[in-house]
Design a protein around this ligand. Structure first.
Ligand code: SF4
Length: 428
C-alpha cells in the first residue's frame, strides 16, 4: 500500500507475446492499476548489436521492466530487428529530431516510441508516427524535458522563451512552457484519436520535477513516466532522484520510473527498484538487508561485513528475507526487531538468530559463511512451507561475557595499518 493512494490513470501496454507485456498506470476505464515499473536506457551504440544485446540482457537480469535504446541514425533502427530477437524485455526507441527513425523503429517491431515535442514539431510528421503506432497498437511517450523544450529553430520564439525562463520566476515560466507545449502536442494525438500515451516532464532540478509532474497529474489522465534528467553521477544523482521521485510517488503520482545516472545503467535499475521497495510500491525480490549505522560499540569490522553480506545474498537468496546485521548486542536486538535472520556481534564473534532462535555463535572470520548457510536453510524451510517470513520476532539474550565494546574499531584500524604496510613494501 502506498503512502498516498495511486492516482488513477488510463493504462498503456508495452511489449508482445514473446517478451511479455508490461502495463503502465491504470485505474480508469475498468483497468486495474499496474505495479510501478522500472525503466532504464542502454549506454552503448544501438548499432553495435552484440554489445547492445549484452547490455539489455544485463539490465533485464538486474530487474529492468522496460529498456530504452537511442536510435539517432538509420544504422541504429536497422539493428533493431536483430536486437529484438535476442532480448526478453520490451524495448522503447528513443527518437529525437528525425521522425523517420520512429517509422523505421515501428517497422522493426519495437514496442514503444518516445517522442520529444522540443525537436519533432511538424504536425504532419507527428501524425505519420501516430498512425504507424496506431496500426500496431504501440504506445508513445511524450517527453517534454526541460533541456530540449525551449525553441531552437525559430530565433524570435527562442529569445522570447529564454527571456521568460531567465526572468525572476524561472521555475514558474519553465512549468508554463512545459505544460503549454505538452497541451499543444497532445492536441495532435487527440485529433488522431490516439490515447495510448505516457507523459514525462523531466528537469535536472528536483523541485521543478515535483512541481511539473504535480501540475501535469491534475490536467491529464495519461500515465506518468517519472525521472530527473541529467541527474549526474550515482553518488549525487541518487539523492536528487529520490528527493523528486520519492516525493511524487509518496503522493500517489507516477506509474513508471527511470532513475538516470552518468554511470552503469544497472545502478539505475537497482536504485529504482530499491526506491519502490522502500515505499512498498513493489513486492521485494531478494533480501531486505538492514544494518546498524555503527558506533563506538561495534565489536567486529561491521562495515566490511555488511558489504560482504550484501554481495553474498544478492545472488543466492531470492526470497524477501529480512536480514539484520548488527554491530553489538547492546542496542542491536531492538534495532533488528522483526528480522527473520539476524547476526549480532559480540566479543569478536557473531551470534546468529533465525526467527528468534539462537542457532550459532561463531568467530568473526566464520560469520559470513555461517550466515549464508543459515539464510539458505531458512529459505528452503519457507519454500517447503515449514516457516513463514516475518512470523517471529528476534528475541535476544545478551551473551556473557559481553566482550569489549568498540573492539571492532581496533580491528578495522589494525587492518588499515596492515594494508598500509603492505603498500609500502609493494612500492619499494
Ligand atoms: S547495534 Fe550496537 S554498534 Fe550498532 S549502532 Fe547500535 S549500539 Fe552501535
Amino acid at each position: 500500500m502506498s503512502i498516498h493512494p495511486r492516482r488513477p490513470t488510463r493504462q498503456i501496454t508495452v511489449g508482445d507475446a514473446r517478451v511479455g507485456f508490461v502495463r503502465i498506470g491504470g485505474g480508469l476505464f475498468g483497468t486495474t492499476p499496474a505495479p510501478v515499473s522500472v525503466q532504464t536506457m542502454t549506454t552503448g551504440y544501438t548499432h553495435e548489436v552484440p554489445a547492445c544485446v549484452a547490455e539489455i540482457n544485463r539490465l533485464t537480469a538486474a530487474g529492468a521492466d522496460i529498456v530504452r535504446v537511442a536510435v539517432p541514425e538509420k544504422k541504429d533502427t536497422a539493428a533493431l530487428k536483430e536486437i529484438l530477437q535476442q532480448v526478453r524485455v520490451p524495448i522503447v526507441a528513443d527518437v529525437h529530431f528525425h521522425f523517420q527513425r520512429a517509422l523505421e523503429a515501428v517497422e522493426a517491431g519495437v514496442h514503444k516510441i518516445r517522442l520529444n515535442p522540443g525537436n519533432i514539431q511538424d504536425r504532419a510528421q507527428v501524425r505519420d508516427v501516430i498512425q504507424a503506432c496506431k496500426s500496431r497498437n504501440l504506445p508513445i511517450r511524450i517527453g517534454v524535458n526541460e533541456g530540449s523544450i525551449i525553441e531552437r529553430r525559430d530565433k524570435q520564439k527562442r529569445l522570447k522563451e529564454l527571456g521568460q525562463v531567465f526572468s525572476d520566476s524561472k521555475r514558474g515560466y519553465m512549468l508554463a512552457i512545459m505544460v503549454t507545449k505538452l497541451e499543444e502536442y497532445l492536441d495532435i494525438f487527440y485529433e488522431e484519436d490516439f490515447y495510448d500515451i505516457s507523459i514525462s516532464a523531466k528537469s535536472m532540478d528536483a523541485a521543478t520535477v515535483i512541481e511539473a509532474y504535480t501540475e501535469i497529474s491534475k490536467r491529464f489522465d495519461h500515465p506518468l513516466h517519472l525521472g530527473v534528467t541529467h541527474a549526474g553521477p550515482k553518488e549525487t544523482g541518487c539523492i536528487r532522484s529520490v528527493a523528486a521521485l520519492g516525493t511524487l510517488l509518496a503522493n500517489g503520482i507516477g506509474d513508471t520510473i527511470r532513475i538516470s545516472y552518468a554511470s552503469d545503467a544497472v545502478y539505475e535499475v537497482e536504485d529504482g527498484l530499491e526506491l519502490l521497495y522502500a515505499l512498498s510500491l513493489r513486492e521485494r525480490k531478494g533480501v531486505d538487508l538492514i544494518a546498524c549505522p555503527t558506533c563506538g560499540r561495534i565489536q567486529v569490522d561491521l562495515i566490511s561485513l555488511v558489504q560482504d553480506v550484501r554481495k553474498m545474498v544478492s545472488t543466492k537468496i531470492d526470497l524477501p528475507i529480512k536480514l539484520a546485521v548488527m554491530g553489538c548486542i547492546v542496542n542491536g536486538p531492538g534495532e533488528a526487531e522483526g528480522a527473520d535472520v539476524a547476526v549480532f556481534a559480540g566479543d569478536r564473534r557473531g551470534i546468529i538468530y533465525v526467527q528468534g532462535e539462537k542457532v550459532a555463535n561463531v568467530p568473526e572470520e566464520q560469520i559470513l559463511e555461517k550466515l549464508l548457510a543459515e539464510c539458505l536453510a531458512f529459505q528452503e524451510k519457507v519454500r517447503r512451507g515449514e516457516a513463514k517470513l516475518g512470523e517471529k520476532k528476534v528475541d535476544i539474550i545478551p551473551p556473557a561475557p559481553l566482550g569489549e565494546l568498540g573492539s571492532g574499531w581496533q580491528q578495522i584500524a589494525g587492518k588499515k595499518q596492515a594494508g598500509a604496510v603492505g603498500l609500502t613494501i609493494g612500492n619499494s
